[in-house]
Ligand binder design. Structure first.
Ligand code: TMP
Length: 236
């Protein structure tokens, strides 16, 4: 499969068409952004690390019965993926309070939540990805029905259970993460986009060290060292 015309360039990935209208190639970029691109950076090799991490995690989820857009990794920073219509809702699942949750509600940073909290955000940079409730999603036609919203929540929780257990064995707390879903040409909801330290928060269980994009957001150290550590543990 070879890259044809560029279909879409996002903040962290570029999508290309292929000879097959149902398949795309996703290229993981080295660019980093925070605060909806208010802060920008570039770390050579970050795209390769995220491509490898995300491929491993999508394969793990597939093994546990989660349908994803991943066909296979083509090389270090390219994946072959199924073409889907992206649902414009970012599904965030939280196990520990931090980030925007603490800012918005005043919950103390680091509080272990009594259950996995699932939130929806509107995938719209121009509006700074505002939080949505179920009625907003229906009113805005972001999904076809309430049962799709139920399915997004179920999938978010299921993905969380699988990943949380996987990372506990690797001495990492999965603090929170964001996932995106798309609809394929048969109407199936597939996990899409990526799961990587760009889209998750990981805290070392022994040292509490942050090993995710907060290293970049908060200038805590070397981004690539942190992401490499996540890859090493994923491959353990
Ligand atoms: P938040 O605390 O900033 O709302 O982020 C929650 C989690 O979701 C965190 O792991 C980062 C991830 N996330 C993204 O990857 N992209 C986004 O646009 C948003 C809002 C969150």
């Amino acid at each position: 499969m070879i890259k044809q015309e560029l279909l879409h360039e996002g903040k962290a990935k570029v999508l290309y068409k292929t000879q097959d209208k149902n398949l795309l190639i996703s290229e993981f970029k080295d660019d980093l952004t925070a605060g909806n691109a208010a802060k920008k950076g570039n770390e050579k090799g970050k795209g390769i690390l995220n491509c490898k991490i995300s491929t491993q995690l999508f394969e793990l989820l597939e093994k546990h019965g989660i349908k994803t857009h991943l066909v296979k990794m083509l090389n270090d920073n390219h994946q072959l993926i199924k073409k889907v219509d992206i649902i414009m809702i970012e599904v965030v699942v939280r196990n520990i309070a931090t980030g925007s949750l603490t800012k918005r509600l005043g919950v103390e940073d680091g509080t272990v939540l009594p259950f996995a909290l699932v939130e929806f955000y509107y995938k719209e940079d121009a509006l700074n990805d505002p939080i949505l409730n179920d009625e907003h999603c229906i009113m805005m036609d972001l999904v076809k029905s309430e049962s799709d919203l139920k399915e997004l929540k179920r999938l978010g929780r299921e993905i969380n259970s699988i990943l949380k257990m996987f990372f506990v064995k690797r001495r990492l707390n999965l603090v929170d993460f964001k996932v995106e879903f798309g609809v394929d040409n048969r109407g199936n909801i597939l996990l899409a986009d990526e799961i990587s330290p760009d889209s998750c928060r990981f805290w070392d269980m022994d040292t509490n060290e942050k090993l995710d994009k907060d290293v970049f957001r908060q200038n805590l150290g070397n981004v690539k060292v942190a992401y490499q550590e996540i890859l090493n543990r994923v491959l353990k």
